[in-house]
Write a protein that binds this ligand. Structure first.
Ligand code: ZN
Ligand code: ZN
Length: 306
């Protein structure tokens, strides 16, 4: 199984979970993506979509008795990207090794200290320090590269100044990009490379007039771009509530980036909790008229990249 590269949408909602009959088709869980690259498992964000993934990981462990090893990348720490973490059962498993990556939240604190807040009484019965998995936290920033070589071994983090890499075909390379336009800290974006193919995750980002040129450069030629598409055109800058500056894109901004970057497929994601299945169908039709390889991200959808 060293030659597979799959991207699974576990949660596609922004803001807050939205389960119910009007969201059955696209799903109601918040942001989480499962990426399997050969023997490596990379998870992007820990919205409520991570809960079912954790249960699957434990079932797989029971069947194979292999140690659980996963690399969890945080785009940022807003609730819709972290609220599933307390219920991610591998955290409590003594046979799990979790490598957790994200930006340093501020000069005064670090990623682990911020995440631990989600587990503190009175909000939760268990502290993170009472969870039995092995965890290593890494701060990363734009320009860094994360290298995964041995599926059971630790990752390597390289900065901008480090030498170019010699990579074996089985290695995974993750490029890190920093987007400035999401309140208040910006977001990290990731490009995951494996065996000549790549996927870019650009969640929680607001477009610019003429396209986000730094992101276009970062995503150029990717097999799949997963891009924020929270709003329809008229929801962004018209009406009673002006959402410009809130750090999210329209589907049209996502299409602009996909076209300029020449990506093969575009997944429109981070669906507004206010959009039901019919509205998302409508946005998909409009996006496909401009970029036929665009589609709405849907919970449970698996894209094979290899
Ligand atoms: Zn979000
Ligand atoms: Zn956010």
């Amino acid at each position: 199984m060293q030659d597979h590269f799959t991207f699974t949408f576990r949660g596609v909602r922004g803001g807050h979970p939205m389960p119910g009959p009007s969201t059955v088709k696209y799903g109601g869980n918040t942001t989480c993506f499962e990426v399997r690259l050969g023997g490596h498992l990379v998870i992007v964000d820990a919205g409520t979509g991570i809960i079912s993934l954790g249960l699957n990981m434990l079932a797989r462990h029971r069947a194979t008795e292999e140690r659980i090893v996963a690399h969890l990348l945080f785009t940022h720490l807003h609730h819709d990207h972290t609220q599933g973490l307390p219920f991610f059962h591998p955290l409590r498993h003594p046979q799990a090794s979790l490598y957790i990556f994200g930006a340093k939240p501020s000069e005064r604190t670090d990623l682990e200290a911020e995440l631990v807040q989600d587990f503190q009484p009175p909000f939760f019965p268990l502290g993170l320090e009472e969870m039995y998995s092995r965890r290593r936290f890494h701060h990363v920033r734009g320009g860094d590269r994360i290298v995964l070589r041995d599926p059971q071994g630790p990752p390597q983090v390289l900065g901008l100044a480090d030498e170019p890499l010699e990579l074996s075909p089985d290695a995974v390379l993750i490029d890190v990009h920093h987007g400035y336009h999401h309140p208040q800290t910006g977001v990290l974006m990731f490009r995951l490379h494996y065996r000549g193919h790549s996927v870019v995750v650009a969640s929680d980002t607001e477009g610019y007039v003429g396209g986000d040129q730094r992101l276009i450069h970062f995503a150029r030629g990717a097999d799949l771009l997963v891009h924020d598409a929270e709003y329809d055109d008229e929801e962004y800058g018209e009406g009673e509530v002006i959402r410009q500056g809130w750090g999210h894109s329209t589907w049209r901004m996502a299409v602009e980036v996909a076209q300029a970057a020449g990506v093969k497929q575009l997944a429109l994601c981070h669906h507004c909790a206010c959009h039901d299945d019919a509205k998302l169908d409508e946005i998909e039709r409009k996006a496909q008229a401009l970029f036929p390889a665009a589609f709405m991200a849907r919970e449970g959808l698996v894209i094979s990249l290899l």
